[in-house]
Design a protein. Sequence first.
Length: 703
Amino acid sequence: MNTQFRLSVLTAACLSVSYSAGTWADTSSKDETKTLATIVVTASRDGESINNTPAAISKISNQTIDDKHATFIGQLVNQTPGVLMNDLGNEQHMMSIRQPMTTAAVYQYLEDGISIRPVGVFNHNALYEVNLAGIDNIEILRGPASSLYGSNAIGGTINFLTKAPSLNPTADLGLSASSEGYRRVDLGASNTFDTELGEQGLRLSAYATDRGDSWQDHAESNKQSVTLRHDWHISDATQVKNIVSYNHLKADMTGSLNLDDYNRRPGYSYQTFTYREVNATRLSSQLSHHWNDQQQSQMMVYYRDNTTEQNPSYNIRTDVKNGKPTGTYSGQTTYNAFQSYGLNVQHSANLDQVKLTVGAMADHSPNQAKTNDIEVFRDPETLVYTGYQQRQLLRDFNVDVNNQAIYTQANWLALPNLNLVGGARYDWIAYDYDNQLTPSKVTGAPDEKRSFHKASPQLGFVWNITPEMDIYSNWSQGFVPPEVSSLYGANLVTPNLKEATFNNVDAGLRFKLLDDRLDGEITLYRLQGKDELISYTKVDNTREPRNAGKTRHQGIEIGGTWKINQVYDQRLKLSGSLAKHEYREFEPSTILDYSGNAMPSAPKTFGTVEYQIKPIPELLLSVEGVYVGSYWINDANTEKYNGHTVLNLRANYHRNTYEVYGQILNAADVHYAESTSFSNNQVGYTPAAPRTYLMGLRYHFGQ
């Protein structure tokens, strides 16, 4: 197993911000009890009780994360209402939150409130740049949160909150392996020290994985992740939190299969050389100071260094001329890198019945990109792509991405049981594009500067009918500027793409009933998009970004937990979504009109049901069903995927200092697709893994 951790030289010093001082406390507690008084930080950038929050927000506790022993983040987030994250293998994925399963830049992925990637350089796979071993809990805010987090926070915002140092010396070591070639080692250590400069805590969380021979051809990978967190309690009023995170992933890319191969030999791969390699380093530091009981300030500086090199399977295509295949094949190798230097400052004040938060941020992210055209060779009998050779350099450019913003949010306790919340943010985004090649139809557009600016307001209320029941409603607006790759990865003429804007209205009910044995939430929403950016496949089999006119996303999200029996800790958990995603106005050409059609890769229904029981205190058993309904595969709504249901079984035995666990994923060995695509007038299927057995052992040192 490749367990060598590659660490960059980290020289930046930092200060920080984004959520409450309550996060300085030791959060390693195993308390999973859910009440309406649960504290969340994502909805307000500050610690706030969920019953004062007019937003559709869910929290995944550290106990759930520990019990699940997830090898993929989707195994966790898919248990929250309205969230579907599919597994494309080797931690690659797409997300669906109030959107179809998409690669579009409509989500914000955060680590302790800091965006994992800067504006304009979104990657739908960005969650493989998160070290799940270092995460204490996860908060998922559904719907636009642009008034606090800026562009891309449209479908949802997922905030990964890191583990704080423990108060006493602790360490843990874990080993796991699956029947399909997956192997993993976990390592953690933590303690808090009394020093002359104040109380200081350290936590190291790391893991390394290796995937070798498995059910699937050309599917090997390895990943190394490490997170180091340092908490410094200077005084009762002042604290500092420093985080260093590094993630390296190298993975083969298997691509999709035609219908015949998908049905007959799902482990087959046409690919032999496609890959992706990512190095992602992030540093942040947070300074938090309480001036008094009513006034608190926070400041953060952060640094990102990210490099992605790939020869992606999705870029390999059949050459088409005049609408007909030529018998030749092309592809592209790509290189993208960015560095980020960011600052965020924030101040919160409690003014009688009003809590006011104001803040400002600035982010400077130089971005470099290269694309090479390749000729691809294919065996006509086996359909395998056997090799390739470089042809020419298509793109070599730099783009300086600058984002500045100011934001504010007010929470007014208008009545003893009624909170009114209003917020607004104004963003300035600028791209400074520098083409390193001579501009042409082949090598790209001339140098230019382009800017976008947008206000994002939000209004809402939450009515605490009883201490155990809330009704809330929220109106919010968000936007997405065109990505750097959409603007400068195409032709001699930079496309005149507009920023996409979204208006969201949702209303929800949160409740606890039957002496707190049943808790749940129900949310209705409507999200309407204008100029939403769509990747359109042209007649020559190449893709280009286009504004889609108008779209509409609406539905209902439900979730809940029923504590059936306290003696054996029996629980039944449910989460689900019923939604409709459609083009309201979309005419990609003079002869094509998809207005009124359902958007592709948009299941009307999906959800999970899980039953848990502890027949003895040390043993946790669970049965989980994951359902994904049918959906259209293409814009024309002529090809459909029928959906699937998957069964997962888990067992955890935890006694004193050691834990043994086992899983049977896809226990019924269902043949299904994680995703589908449409090109060359045919459907491509990404097959899912068959029945997989996983065993693990973890040993805990200390308390």
